[in-house]
Design a protein around this ligand. Sequence first.
Ligand code: CAA
Length: 258
Amino acid sequence: MEYITYEAEGQIGIITINRPKALNALNSTVLDELDKTLDGVDLESIRCLILTGAGEKSFVAGADIGEMSSLTKAEGEAFGKKGNDVFRKIETFPIPVIAAVNGFALGGGCEISMSCDIRICSENAVFGQPEAGLGITPGFGGTQRLARIVGTGKAKEMIYGARNIKAEEAYRIGLVNNVYPADELMAAAKKLATTIARNAPIAVRNCKRAINEGMQVDMDQAIAIEEKLFGDCFESHDQREGMAAFLEKRKVEAFLNK
Ligand code: CAA
């Protein structure tokens, strides 16, 4: 791969967007490689992913403006779909994905972080949707996910005004869960991923589906989704072991993802 590196560290997979000369901007090749990387993750052994950007300055500075500059309407729509398809794959990926936002997260960079389950960032992170200043709308889900995460009023203020915000404000409005000094960010991401990976994998996957799918429907349907996913955990080795360990006042021997 030209622009993506992937490393497995035990039960954690780390995907790094590696195009630092363009501040990790997302061109078609980056999107294709990201898609292939996700398809290649070994879901038998990996229990949590971390997504980050190469270098100290930028997570992802957006979709590639050079590539977009001469697109026709139809090509623009297709490029939006290309990004949206990959981001939706991240959002619905069976295991949790943590965005470790290490600098600029603008446009497509803010959008890819919002398709992850949890965002944490470094003190130098900057978030924003600058698209209106470039003559376009956010095109990789920004109009939808930012409004859902921080509320429509704040999302509209940021998007209409093309106003970037710093890490502290991103924390205050709930766009990120935590802010760390830059040199502590990856350790914090790995610690969080390890905490998640320690829990029963089928349960964690079902929790992700219950939250994501439940948020899209009314409460009666949402509760029905939860009931199914709750029931689905029973009779698994990991449910039996988790509960037996509690009742026998001992530690879980191992969750086996079955
Ligand atoms: N696309 C293509 N190239 C980009 C880029 C992008 N989104 N962002 C940065 N780069 C490139 C620059 O062109 C520059 O390349 P050269 O060295 O070849 O000139 C290199 O990365 C370094 O960038 P700067 O010199 O601009 O660095 P800086 O420190 O002065 O500024 C920055 C950093 C504020 C992030 C600035 O680069 C910037 O504003 N980038 C664009 C951010 C943006 O508007 N993103 C939204 C894109 S639109 C989008 O994402 C649409 C969508 O929703 C799908």
